[in-house]
Design a protein around this ligand. Structure first.
Ligand SMILES: Nc1ncnc2[nH]cnc12
Ligand SMILES: [Zn+2]
Length: 340
């Protein structure tokens, strides 16, 4: 292992932008399709893997929603969440704020009472056996109507105590944050934290809308902020976190090459940037692979990587005291490793 690889592996990390449906590995997809007699348009597991070539966000989403169709009963959702949390354990990710898309399931007749108990059992097992803390983020699908999002929030009521935040994902272009102003106001009044995908494919105006109309606490992606100097100044002044996902940006052709990623510029301009995996099974890597891609292609130094890891905890929704505890552990790990 290189020094940077050891550093990345050894540091305790937080993941803030992860779609649980995007952690469905081809093998599990295949096994669940067999179990439920779901017909997939693939001849075997390798054919699923080879289909993961995307031109843009939509070409990925088409496959992602199709893949999620194999998730049918409570144990499927347990297995999905448990597999991801075991990966966290392997990679020393000790806190995860995980998005789930209720409408991806309710729209095909799979109810909250199926997926939530599966998720909750896996989360409690990971807390007890692996020492990992998890917050759930209920994400609305922005290609659907605001009425559907309102109904989705309402149906989640029995599970509110298990949900920390609401989010907004799916097809960005043509579905601006302004479409969801009322449902975000409702979620805020209920005490949820707020996040939204913005500035992944969409323009800086969508980031302004997420900030001013939805009043989000974090921006998911936000890499197009760089196009608007006023927005950059605002994000810096208010230290609004961006949950950046390097391998996702590469796979969805937001950038042509990893070496072109603007993450270092965003950091050097004083923004609170974090690194995340987004949909690891589709994009070829979990959190550590995202850090490694930056270490290899973006000329990141150990100190940059440490800042990014610290930012993961600072930008989390953990209580202040817990954040400070993690920052202390990071500092201790850095001195044990003798990294400057
Ligand atoms: N990267 C992404 N952007 C928008 N919606 C998503 N749903 C899952 N991954 C997504
Ligand atoms: Zn995402």
């Amino acid at each position: 292992m290189s020094n940077l690889e050891t550093l990345i592996q050894r540091l305790p990390k937080a993941e803030l932008h992860l779609h649980i449906e995007g952690s469905l590995e081809p093998q599990l997809m295949w096994d669940l399709a067999q179990k439920h007699h779901v017909e997939l348009p693939f001849s075997d597991v390798d054919a699923i893997k080879s289909a993961y070539q995307f031109d843009n966000l939509q070409s990925f989403l088409d496959l992602y929603y199709q893949g999620a169709d194999v998730l049918r009963d409570e144990d499927d959702f347990f297995q999905l969440m448990w597999a991801y949390l075991c990966k966290c354990h392997e990679q020393n990710v000790l806190h995860a704020e995980i998005m789930f898309d209720p409408q991806t399931h309710t729209e095909r007749g799979v109810s909250y009472d199926v997926f939530m108990p599966g998720f909750i059992k896996a989360i409690e097992k990971a807390r007890d056996e692996l020492g990992i803390s998890v917050y759930l983020i209920l994400s609305f699908l922005r290609h659907l109507s605001e009425e559907s999002a309102i109904e989705t929030l309402e149906k989640a009521r029995p599970y509110y105590e298990h949900i920390k935040a609401v989010g907004l994902d799916s097809s960005e272009l043509g579905n601006p944050p302004s479409k969801f102003e009322r449902v975000f106001a409702q979620a805020k009044a209920l005490g949820f934290k707020l996040v939204a995908h913005a500035g992944e494919e969409g323009p800086p105006e969508y980031i302004w809308e997420a900030l001013h109309l939805l009043k989000v606490d974090r921006i998911d992606h936000g890499v197009r902020s760089i196009e608007d100097p006023e927005l950059m100044a605002y994000l810096k002044q208010h230290q609004v976190p961006l949950t950046v996902c390097p391998l996702s940006n590469l796979k969805l052709c937001v950038i042509d090459q990893m070496s072109e990623h603007n993450i270092l510029q965003l950091m050097n301009d004083g923004l609170r940037v974090t690194v995340n995996a987004d949909d690891p099974s589709y994009f070829g890597g979990y959190l550590n692979e995202n850090f490694m891609a930056l270490a290899e292609h973006v000329n990141m130094q150990a100190s940059d990587l440490i800042t990014l890891v610290q930012n993961g905890f600072k930008a989390s929704f953990l209580p202040e005291k817990t954040k400070q505890d993690w920052l202390g552990i990071i500092e201790d790990t850095v001195s044990q490793l003798g990294v400057k």
